[in-house]
Ligand binder design. Structure first.
Ligand code: NAD
Length: 476
């Protein structure tokens, strides 16, 4: 496993001042370390992407699609290594690591198909006024910077890389310093496929490297996934240079359970929405709104299920939930447990760190959480569920929408007409009805309000890397 940076088609050692430690969160111990890229190396990566752009954007869309299919195939060939690395570095249970890999493969395959359709999108525009013709050209935005977090490293990068390369953009990817080895696979695959040098560059590092990329004046666009605090800095740098930015930020999403639900099925959906990836999901449904008629039956069942989850080291045990991925995240979640105690919240399950090595916490449930509790409104990014009861559909919608975020929501009800009505009223980017966290490449991903700007996946994910041009000709 190489531990360096991929710039202009070559693997290079980092010349930055930060040392990056790569940890196994189940043990709380490092298993690799390397030096971050320097600001000068970020410059080199952007310059490499710039010089590769003219040839890559004029490469036929079918040839770009063939490269994308190659990425999908090569990810499959690295299956076992990538699953193990996600288990070891993210702490993901095996089945979750497998799903992430399959998602990344599906993303490259999907954008290969969209790339193949690109020539047919450049077509004439019918005009009402005679004497002119007009045609559309969808052009790549240019050189794009891609900055991603640590919770779904293979997936988040695939959602940006695949459409950007399909559109004809060249890229500089900065993975998270918490999980920097996983995306090395994309550089290794670029090498194996003979992707032209400079089309894909990878620089690793912490905030300094990220800021060097997001402030760089050689980019045409920046696409960022991560926290709101860094997202607003990234937006400021985009604003300073008047260039486009896509932001995929945090969430505090609701799961609304009406009293016509099957209790066991509802519990299954609720638990998956808060314990998948140990709750470290922008789309975690961390606010449970449960209707009065079902609450007394559901909450004890939920408590028992959370208490019985198998939490442990995914590399050595059969587990339902692994550790939190970083010590910083573990400390952050523990600080919310302390806040909950100070606020006097009613804890039905968990509420503590596990007494063992590594960065484990118990799946946690607080009941009847007041609306003004910090735990009700702030993104915790851990397996911490807060519940409130509601009486009517109107109240459920109002409480679900009463958030500065608007990423996703889940609606559980046997009355499908009602579920669809509620879905339409929720101010979020994606609603699941009677299902949980089901993301398909054909549908969009992204949020309203504080959850970000723009959409990934689907044709919208491709448009994010395209610039629309029209050529209008006078026939006279
Ligand atoms: P983060 O904002 O701390 O880091 C994200 C990336 O930004 C990392 O690569 C980091 O090194 C880099 N970075 C840090 N400081 C920077 C700076 N000053 N300038 C430029 N880049 C900088 O986020 P995180 O802790 O890695 O991830 C968790 C957050 O990501 C959560 O808030 C979560 O909701 C969000 N997230 C959102 C989505 C989505 O699709 N909406 C998906 C996954 C995660």
């Amino acid at each position: 496993m190489t531990t360096s940076h991929y710039i202009a088609g070559r693997w290079v050692e980092g010349q930055g001042s930060d040392c990056i430690s790569v940890n196994d969160p189940a043990l709380g111990q490092p298993f690799a370390e390397f030096m971050a890229a320097s600001v000068a190396q970020v410059d080199q990566a952007v310059a490499a992407a710039r010089s590769a752009l003219p040839a890559w954007k004029s490469t036929g869309a079918n040839k770009r699609a063939a490269f994308l299919r190659g990425f999908a195939e090569q990810l499959g060939q690295r299956r076992e290594a990538l699953i193990t690395l996600q288990m070891r570095n993210n702490g993901k249970p095996r089945h979750e690591a497998e799903i992430d890999l399959d998602d990344a493969i599906a993303t490259f395959t999907y954008y290969a198909e969209l790339a193949e359709q690109l020539p047919s999108k450049n077509r004439d525009v019918p005009l009402a006024v005679p004497g002119f013709t007009a045609r559309t050209r969808l052009e790549p935005v240019g050189v794009v910077g891609l900055i991603v977090p640590w919770n779904f490293p293979l997936v988040t990068s695939a959602w940006k890389l695949a459409p950007a390369l399909a559109a004809g953009c060249t890229v500089v990817l900065k993975p998270s310093e918490v999980t920097p080895l996983i995306e090395q696979a994309y550089g290794q695959i670029a090498d194996a496929l003979g992707l032209p040098a400079g089309v894909l560059n990878i620089v690793n590092g912490k905030a300094e490297t990220g800021a060097a990329l997001s402030n760089h004046n050689g980019l045409d666009k920046l696409s960022f996934t991560g926290s709101n605090s860094v997202g607003s800095q990234v937006m400021r740098s985009a604003s300073a240079q008047c260039r486009p930015v896509t932001l995929e930020l945090g969430g505090k999403s609701a799961i609304v359970v009406f009293d016509d639900c099957d209790v066991d099925q509802a519990v299954e959906w609720i638990v998956a929405g808060i314990t998948w990836n140990a709750g470290q999901m922008c789309s975690a449904t961390s606010r449970l709104l449960v209707q009065d008629g079902i609450a007394d039956a559901l909450l004890p069942r939920l408590q028992a299920t959370l208490e019985n989850l198998r939490v442990g080291n995914p590399l050595t045990e059969e587990v339902d939930m692994g550790p939190l991925t970083s010590q910083a995240q573990w400390l952050k979640v523990a600080s919310y447990f302390a806040t909950a105690r100070e606020e006097g919240l009613q804890c039905l399950a968990g509420g503590k760190a596990l007494d063992r090595d590594g960065w484990f916490v118990s799946p946690t449930l607080y009941a009847d959480v007041p609306k003004d509790s910090r735990l009700w409104s702030e993104e915790i990014f851990g397996p911490v569920l807060c519940a409130r009861r509601f009486a009517s559909e109107e109240q459920a919608i109002a409480e679900a929408n009463d958030s500065r975020f608007g990423l996703v929501a889940t609606v559980c009800s046997a009355d499908l007409e009602r579920a669809e009505r509620v879905a339409d009223a929720l101010e979020v980017g994606h609603v699941w009805i009677n299902s949980v966290q089901a993301v398909f490449v054909e549908t969009s991903w992204g949020g309203t309000k504080g959850s970000g700007i723009g959409r990934e996946l689907g044709p919208w994910g491709l448009s994010a890397y395209q610039s629309v041009k029209h050529v209008t000709r006078c026939l006279g």
